[in-house]
Design a binder for this molecule. Structure first.
Ligand SMILES: *Cc1c(COP(=O)(O)O)cnc(C)c1O
Length: 394
């Protein structure tokens, strides 16, 4: 067998060729319940009619001009993002990693433009994931992702997740910002308590630091609020990276910032050929309008509560294998006990035509489309119950 692809992934044998709502279909026409949604991406499910129509209409008009010309859809979507959030300024990207790169650059440039180029260090947390570029793997600090790629990049300090004293000790005169995911996804579906997010905001105010949220996974309605940090009320960031769900499956992301953090990002400081292209903006606008239409997030919260309860029940009946139910809204995880392997459980679930993912810390990750109904949650829990029963140690 020739191997034309770099083997950076090890996909299972099932190959999917079409989708409809919360279901995927493989080459044989077999139907699978999609409870991972391209890792929290297909927020509106597959082939959402309005998103399909918007993409088709735009495809018939204009695909691309690059950012050397104004893209009207960008202004429309940026106005919506700013209307409903802390932000005043937006930069559009193609991915979460790029949104994070823009966030890190904006934070450093904020201090640079105030005559403090020495203030460039960024504090992050263990278990963080911010993407796979050089900047992002260094910010994420995961040794597995750094190994083999040369010297560590200067300017990142990592502290133990939840260790408040270590956090305070890590802050110096050179610290520019603290960067955190309100719900760690890749790191094991760990939600930061609201009180801790508010504490982070206060700490940043006290020590004159910027607060960066990576809401690439936790945003776009995933937790039942438009952005996960909004559960914590006053704990607003200065800069925020978003992606995944905001494009509903079309590759796009954005870096959102306050005026103070965005106004100095002027001509020459940053750029992207594809970021915010007309196709992405056509879909991004539809996705945002759906997420923010009356009742949409109420539905997410209702179905998430139901699913959460069902999973607690599952944990109780398989307490020898499941240690904990984690997460928030429709970003949920089952932490398995030592000796049991999350990826093996995901495989058993797949055998029952249920698609789920794995995350760090031996967690089975689920992030279904936000449009699931109670019946889908029930169906998933039944399949997962069977998969757990089959799960053997090792
Ligand atoms: C997925 C993810 C990223 C990276 O996004 P890509 O689109 O894969 O580049 C960054 N941060 C978080 C929290 C993520 O979950």
């Amino acid at each position: 067998m020739p191997k034309p692809l770099m083997e950076t992934y090890s996909p299972p044998k099932e190959t999917f060729v079409s989708g409809e709502g919360v279901y995927l279909f493989d080459q044989n026409g077999d139907k699978y319940l999609d409870f991972i949604a391209g890792i929290a991406v297909n927020a509106l499910g597959h082939r959402h009619p309005k998103a399909v129509q918007a993409l088709k209409d735009q495809a018939d008009k204009l695909w691309h001009t690059s950012n050397m010309f104004r893209v009207p859809g960008q202004i429309e979507l940026a106005e919506k993002y700013c209307r409903d959030s802390f932000a005043d300024r937006v930069f559009f990207t193609n991915s979460g990693t790029e949104a994070m790169e823009c966030a890190l650059k904006a934070a450093r440039h904020y201090w640079y433009s105030r005559g403090r180029p020495d203030k460039y260090r960024i504090v992050t947390f263990t278990g963080a994931f911010h993407g796979r570029s050089y900047g992002a793997i260094n910010a994420g600090g995961n040794p597995k992702y750094l190994e083999g790629f040369g010297p560590r990049m200067e300017g990142f300090d990592q502290v133990e997740f939840g260790d408040h004293d270590a956090l305070k000790a890590a802050i110096t005169e050179e610290t520019a910002a603290i960067c955190v995911e309100p719900v760690q996804g890749e790191g094991g579906v760990r939600a930061i308590p609201d009180v801790c997010l508010r504490g982070l905001r206060e700490l940043c105010d006290e020590r004159e630091l910027l607060l960066i949220y990576d809401e690439v996974q936790s945003g776009a309605g995933r937790t039942g609020k438009l952005w996960a940090h909004q559960w914590a009320g006053s704990a607003q960031p200065d800069i925020m990276a978003v992606a995944k769900g905001v494009g509903g499956g079309f590759p796009m992301g954005a870096c959102l910032a306050t005026d103070a953090c965005g106004e100095h990002m002027v001509v020459g400081t940053h750029g992207s050929t594809f970021g915010g292209n007309p196709l992405a903006m056509a879909v991004g606008n539809v996705v945002y309008d759906e997420l923010t239409k009356p009742g949409f997030l109420d539905h997410v919260n209702e179905v998430a509560n139901f699913l959460g309860q069902q999973l607690q029940g599952l944990k109780d009946s398989h307490s020898d294998k499941v240690e904990e139910v984690r997460g928030r809204g429709l970003l949920l995880g089952l932490k398995l006990r030592e000796g049991y392997v999350n990826k093996t459980l995901a495989k058993h679930a797949r055998d029952h035509h249920l698609l789920m993912g794995a995350a760090g810390d031996n967690v089975l990750r689920m992030a279904p489309p936000l449009i699931i109904e109670e019946a889908h949650a029930r169906q998933a829990v039944e399949a997962l119950d069977a998969a757990l029963s089959e799960l053997k140690p090792g």
